[in-house]
Design a protein around this ligand. Structure first.
Ligand SMILES: [Zn+2]
Length: 441
């Protein structure tokens, strides 16, 4: 007697990113009620399962949906508005003035919609976002059926969104309440950075994190300037200050962490912290090379992030996998560090672990949500193929993503985003091109 399932996906290769680092040939993934029921050889799948829908991927590798562990999704609307500047100059002369003039719920909804469409088509099924107007961001992700982790962004200076740290927190928590019960929408506390958040606000955030079991998503040690300024203002390095305030614990997702001492790496490991590595953003803003090979030796989960589209400028985790592998080799002069399988694990399982979602996503294993990405390796530029994991990191790109599912629902099919037509998305981009062009002289 065969068992009924909703969907059976049969692929040339399945790379589940499991403990054994398996690469399975000619395997099928059975899905029911949005979750993975089984991963079996295709030649036995039909004896065991009757599927309502069956998808055959004869030249494809099926991998867990990619996780973008750090982005500012709505910043797609500011992509290319200013490039080739150091971080503080870029923020102060280009980004912050544009945000002051334009950021609104409509800006966030539209910018996030474009970001979500770009990410989905590139095989990203979950993103950890940090921006303003969390309700508008959640709404945009939800429109496309994408899994999202929305930051309750907090800064100790006023913006058009909120006037005080209290207002940032209360608005963010209200958004969290409004989306409670939606299995695709999660939240973090997101104090922007040590240099924009006061001690008192950090203390409040630590209490909320403990009380509500929420991760803390924060930029840390991005530049040497940030560390020098903190030493001048507080007499301690940012991580020392955060440790004193109780922020350095198992809920911490530290973003960038480019400049770390050996002692700081040990501290992060001891407290069970996670990091988000954004190699392209670090290179573009000339922030430096994060010591990720060392960090990984300490068993610290390190997911990959794109950062915002204004500092990357692609929301492309295939690119980040490749850059993470290459930059680590350059930084250490050791070609063996961050091999392809590690880069893929960072982009999937480590990201899930950092978010506290390792039980739910990040690998193709029974019981997890069916968040899946199919990559078509049939084109001549990806043939011959001796090792699909090598191709995923060093050869293929997001343009080879053919199909994407989130909780078993098709979100991308034949390279097309299903929930929003391309011409609608282009229309959204055109509206903001006109509005923002008024600032570019
Ligand atoms: Zn960032």
């Amino acid at each position: 007697m065969s068992e009924q399932v909703d969907l059976l996906i049969s692929a040339r290769w399945v790379v589940p990113v499991d403990a054994a680092d398996s690469t399975l040939e000619h395997h099928s993934v059975a899905i029911r009620d949005g979750r993975i029921v089984d991963v079996v050889p295709t030649n036995t799948a039909h004896e065991r399962y009757r599927a309502t829908t069956e998808t055959r991927l004869p030249d494809h590798v099926l991998i867990p949906g990619l996780i973008n562990l750090h982005t500012h999704a709505a910043m797609t609307l500011m992509r290319g508005i200013a490039d080739d500047l150091p971080l503080m100059t870029w923020l102060q002369t280009a980004i912050w003035p544009t945000e002051a003039k334009h950021v609104s719920p409509a800006f966030v909804r539209d910018g996030t919609l474009l970001a979500a469409a770009e990410m989905l088509r590139g095989g990203i099924t979950t993103c950890n976002d940090m921006y303003f107007y969390p309700d508008a961001a959640a709404d945009a992700f939800n429109t496309l059926g994408m899994r999202c982790v929305i930051g309750i962004t907090t800064i100790d200076f006023p913006t058009t969104y909120a006037a005080s740290a209290d207002e940032y927190l209360s608005k963010g928590l209200a958004a969290r309440d409004a989306w409670r019960g939606n299995p695709l929408v999660h939240f973090t506390l997101a104090p922007h950075a040590p240099y924009t958040v006061s001690d008192a606000t950090f203390s409040r955030i630590v209490s909320l994190s403990n009380e509500l079991d929420l991760p803390i998503h924060i930029h840390i040690h991005e530049t040497t300037q940030e560390i020098a300024d903190s030493l001048k203002q507080y007499g301690e390095r940012p991580l020392e200050r955060l440790a004193r305030l109780g922020v350095v614990d198992s809920q911490l997702i530290g973003v960038h962490a480019v400049h770390l001492t050996a002692g700081e790496i040990q501290t992060l490991a001891r407290h069970g912290c996670a990091l988000a590595h954004c190699p392209t953003s670090n290179m573009k803003l000339a922030s430096g090379i994060a010591p990720i090979a060392d960090v990984l030796k300490h068993n610290i989960p390190v997911g990959l992030g794109t950062d915002g589209a204004a500092s990357n400028n692609r929301l492309d985790i295939f690119q980040e996998m490749r850059m993470a592998a290459l930059l680590a080799k350059v930084g250490t002069q050791d070609a063996a560090v961050i091999p392809a399988k590690t880069a893929l694990r960072m982009a999937t399982q480590h990201g899930a672990c950092a978010l506290g979602l390792e039980h739910a996503i990040g690998s193709i294993e029974t019981g997890k949500w069916a968040d899946l990405c199919a990559v078509d390796l049939s084109p001549f530029e990806t043939q011959p193929c001796f090792d699909p994991v090598s191709h995923l990191v060093y050869c293929a790109g997001r343009e080879h993503v053919s199909d994407v599912w989130i909780a078993g629902q098709a979100c991308v099919s034949k390279k097309q985003v299903l929930q929003k037509a391309d011409n609608e998305l282009l229309g959204v981009a055109r509206v903001w091109q006109n509005k923002l062009s008024s600032r570019i002289d």
